[in-house]
Design a protein around this ligand. Sequence first.
Ligand SMILES: Nc1ncnc2c1ncn2[C@@H]1O[C@H](COP(=O)(O)OP(=O)(O)O)[C@@H](O)[C@H]1O
Ligand SMILES: [Mg+2]
Length: 279
Amino acid sequence: MSSVLSLSDVCWRYEDGASWTLAGIDLSLTEGEVVGLVGLSGAGKTTLLLAMAGLIPANYAGQFSGRCSVQGELGIVFQDPETQFIGLTVEEEIAFSLENRGQDDRAIERRIEDVLALVGLSGFASRSPFELSGGEKQRVAIASALAHAPKLLLLDEPTSELDPKGAREVFSLIRRLKEEERMTILVASHATEELAQFCDRMLLIADGAIVMDMPADAFFSQVASLDAHGIHVPDMVRLYHALCTEGVLDEKTTPCPRTVEDMLTLWQSLVRKGEVAIP
Ligand SMILES: Nc1ncnc2c1ncn2[C@@H]1O[C@H](COP(=O)(O)OP(=O)(O)O)[C@@H](O)[C@H]1O
Ligand SMILES: [Mg+2]
């Protein structure tokens, strides 16, 4: 599998920053990978995404060193989609990201229809992006980022401003992009309950350094480290580890279930085998 993005010893200090906000980041993303990025507020998640997108150092004042290379196009969606909107309609909003690329009107129209279908917003073309629900707004922002068919999609806390319904819409879209489009996605988020369900790989950033970088299963088995870094350990993971500690499950033979459905299946098989009795 080929690398779509690679950072090598990337360091960054904002002009007025007292210390390095990115302190020697080495990271490579492989095609088709869906990666979760977690870390406390102020740890450097947004700054890292800006560096990946080349907006740091291009659009910010400060001190940069290291190397960042991206193979192909990249799309980025920021935390609050509304601040990015400039179009009066959803169609205009998405067209804006395409018109700069010299495509003809018919091709633009077709592409808009395609990306709206992809994010589940067919029929929304003539709506005002400002009048949509939070989840719909975020999906319009994602549609704009997807319009020019990027190889890599960066999402910065895409659900932090959303209600549970909106968050569900956005997470189910991310899963669809993973499963149906095989997209390479990096999502910065505090929502570890959801990340644990679909991420292949997890990164933990603390004080501008990547302190954990491993497959999601291994990552969520490090409960003590996650606790120490103030990262929320998903309930499913806590339940699994409690059952391992109690001797009901064996960590060596039974991997941690990712979803409630997986836990239910595991539980039913234990009941069938008589390893767990229902009182
Ligand atoms: N434009 C800026 N100028 C100076 N310092 C900044 C700027 N943006 C962020 N920082 C600082 O960089 C650090 C990392 O911020 P950020 O990347 O936004 O973290 P996160 O996204 O993980 O919350 C914080 O200490 C923050 O105050
Ligand atoms: Mg941030």
